[in-house]
Design a protein around this ligand. Structure first.
Ligand code: FE2
Length: 276
């Protein structure tokens, strides 16, 4: 049976890619260190497959067709697509059609109705953490896209339910592979609204404290109360909620928190690994 080997979480501020050479040296050094340490922990998990949870920043979907949840069941994906990611290598990434399909079937059996895609282009939300973590070789990637961008979005409680479902799908997968989860996004940021560029450090600290606790229900309550009052980008912590619930509600260990005004994002990196 498949083995769940850990959950990892990281921010994906796009200016980390676009403005990399313009960022001050100390900022680049700390970001490099945080991604490298997260990547080292993920590499140590020796995952065959990473279920990566991220939003789609209008790369595959738009307001004419915007799924709340989409599972990538393709044998491969490609990315990143955005022109501002041109300094990053564009790659074809291996998918895992068999596990992606198993996750889809598990969801449908359990009363969830995600969309699916056999052909996804991955954007900076998926590629930036993977590239910056320096994973080599890169495990197969099964994308799980959550609409964190455009209201109305899946509720926080529903994201937690997705996490429980994901853990059950891993546990029931009849193949002897190692599967990790990588949640990409958050913490606070504000894009295209009056508070553009604002980083809500109080929210971020509360958010981190909630993720560190062994209590997904308390985490859901905190986010449902606080998310309406911070910048729109913070909604991406839904992806972290999926991961937290998939860990059975075990608290994450924070690897770093770094509010970076130069990239408009309160950046955080965290992990949870099961006991050996
Ligand atoms: Fe994002």
């Amino acid at each position: 049976m498949a083995k769940f080997v850990g959950a990892f979480a990281a921010s994906h501020a796009p200016l980390i890619a676009r403005d990399w050479t313009r960022l001050p040296g100390p900022v680049r050094a700390r970001l490099t260190d945080a991604f490298a340490r997260t990547g080292a922990r993920l590499a140590a998990a020796r995952a065959d497959v990473i279920v990566e949870i991220a939003p789609d920043h209008w790369t595959n979907f738009f307001i004419n067709n915007l799924p709340s949840v989409c599972i990538g069941v393709g044998a491969e994906h490609e990315g990143p697509r955005e022109p501002f990611m041109r300094d990053f290598p564009h790659r074809t990434l291996r998918g895992d059609a068999a596990f992606g399909t198993h996750l889809l079937e598990s969801a449908l059996r359990s009363g969830f109705e995600p969309s699916m895609s056999h052909q996804l282009a991955l954007d900076h939300g998926f590629c930036l953490p993977l590239w910056k973590m320096g994973l080599d070789p890169l495990p197969a990637i099964v994308p799980l896209i959550i609409n964190d961008l455009e209201p109305p979005m899946p509720s926080i409680a529903r994201c937690a339910a997705w996490g429980t479902l994901l853990a059950e799908a891993i546990a029931s997968y009849p193949s002897d592979i190692r599967i990790a989860i990588l949640a990409s996004g958050g913490l606070s940021h504000s894009i295209g609204e009056a508070t553009m560029g604002a980083i809500e450090e109080d929210f971020d600290r509360g958010c981190i404290a909630a993720f560190e606790r062994d209590d997904t229900a308390a985490l859901v309550a905190y986010l449902e109360a606080e998310l309406p009052h911070v910048g729109n980008g913070a909604h991406e912590v839904r992806n972290w909620v999926v991961a937290h619930a998939a860990c059975g509600g075990h608290g994450f260990s924070l690897l770093d928190y770094y509010a970076v005004p130069e990239v408009y994002v309160g950046c955080a990196w965290a992990t949870w690994e099961p006991a050996a």
